[in-house]
Write a protein that binds this ligand. Sequence first.
Ligand code: NAD
Length: 261
Amino acid sequence: MAGVASHAVITGSTSGIGWGLAKAFASRGYDITLNGLADSDAVQRLVDELKTEFKVQAWYSPANMMKPDEIQKMIVEAESRNSKLDVLINNAGIQHVAPVEEFPESKWDAIIAINMSSTFHATKAALPGMKKRGHGRIINIASVHGLVASPFKSAYVAAKHGVIGFTKSIALELADTPITINAICPGYVRTPLVEGQIEQQAAAHGISKEKVIRDVILAAQPKKEFIEVEHLAELALFLAGPAGRAVTGSSMTMDGGWTAR
Ligand code: NAD
């Protein structure tokens, strides 16, 4: 549809990396469908901020990424809003850290559902429309933990490796279409998800948050600094833009050298 702005659906975008991606895409003129678990006041503030600051259209889907029918509804409603969905960013994710013998089954199931299976459900729902319109970019926010492992994160590492495998498989399925699918693999970004881990580790080891950041969190990240959300967003914008058209099935790291070891 001529004259209609591009539209990006970003799962888990009420916080952290997803919210940073939403602001970056809005700043380039994309209409945005936000998603995530947040109360209605917080959601309204985020929607208003996108509309006011970037003069784009913005909506919110309350879809729970553990529920396939809600994910499908999110995509159907998103496509009905401005008649297109150009970019799908599968970003929602949670973490739980525990030895495997103590890992709660419910946490395993939730991490596999939110961090991995939601990517399948959203992609499956978005592809028919993208194929019909002859355009689409799918960006999966994986992690360095999709490429390498750390102990005590079995569900997260399994889910993120799964996202990368899924990304490669679908890239091959879509090779004769103009649609691309890629994974971005960040090292540590200082979001609420990571703040939670810093606080847990500080309490568990009886050490300061600063010591946890230096000796535990950033121990594997040679550059010893957190990845900036704005820089991740530039990588996503590249994949969504015209220069990204030949990039598909890739797992692009932004990890301060982590996976060079
Ligand atoms: P975050 O906790 O700040 O944000 C997570 C988002 O997911 C929130 O909007 C939350 O509401 C949403 N979410 C959680 N459960 C949901 C559900 N059931 N249904 C719908 N939405 C749900 O975390 P973040 O650090 O911004 O992480 C975003 C993504 O980036 C995740 O996939 C994470 O694994 C990945 N990642 C993060 C880091 C990091 O260091 N922060 C590094 C690599 C990859």
